[in-house]
Design a protein around this ligand. Structure first.
Ligand code: ZN
Length: 177
């Protein structure tokens, strides 16, 4: 049984958002195509309280983004909502980073309940939440396919995207275009 995890394809990570990933919108169509082909589709959302520890005003590295129940935290309107079987929210607690879709979300249990053994991972951003989600999926024992063409990186430090892909390959993630 295969599943797609579409990581954080939210308005704030796309053009015009609070923390836009370069070319972030470009993941929407490839993810819609993957969702069409895969029997179980989970979308994760970054879903923060207004005083989340990752925000610059709290001493964290990022501008305020994906505050729960705001338009910036909504899934990108181009995603085909009818193909999404479940939406899980990460980063809901002030002091938890929540980069991984597996962190305090019940994602592992949900996948096992559906008999999933292989997860396909795509979304935003490759060098943060996508990487963390794919690494946790491997740690949890899933076979993992990373769809590089359906991700984009922030690349705060040039080369972060390549380093993320190398790290994923090292732990046995199958990186495909
Ligand atoms: Zn966040």
């Amino acid at each position: 049984m295969e599943a797609l995890i579409a990581v954080d394809v939210q308005n704030d990570f796309c053009s015009g958002g609070a923390l836009p990933v370069p070319e972030g919108d470009a993941v929407v169509e490839p993810i819609n195509q993957l969702a069409e082909q895969l029997p179980f589709v989970v979308a994760t959302r970054d879903w923060h309280p207004p005083d989340h520890a990752s925000f610059a005003e709290q001493g964290g590295p990022w501008p305020v983004h994906c505050v729960r129940d705001t338009p910036g935290a909504e899934l990108h309107p181009g995603l085909h909502a009818g193909q999404i079987d479940a939406i899980l929210d990460a980063g809901r607690e002030r002091d938890h980073e929540g980069y991984s879709g597996f962190e305090h979300t019940g994602l592992d249990r949900l996948l096992r309940e559906h008999g999933v053994d292989t997860v396909h991972v795509a979304g935003l951003a490759l060098d943060y939440c996508v990487k963390a989600t794919a690494l946790d999926a491997r740690r949890a024992g899933f076979d993992v396919v990373l769809h590089a063409g359906a991700t984009r990186a922030i690349d705060v430090h040039p080369g972060d995207a390549e380093r993320a892909l190398a790290e994923l390959r090292r732990v046995g993630v199958d990186v495909v275009d």
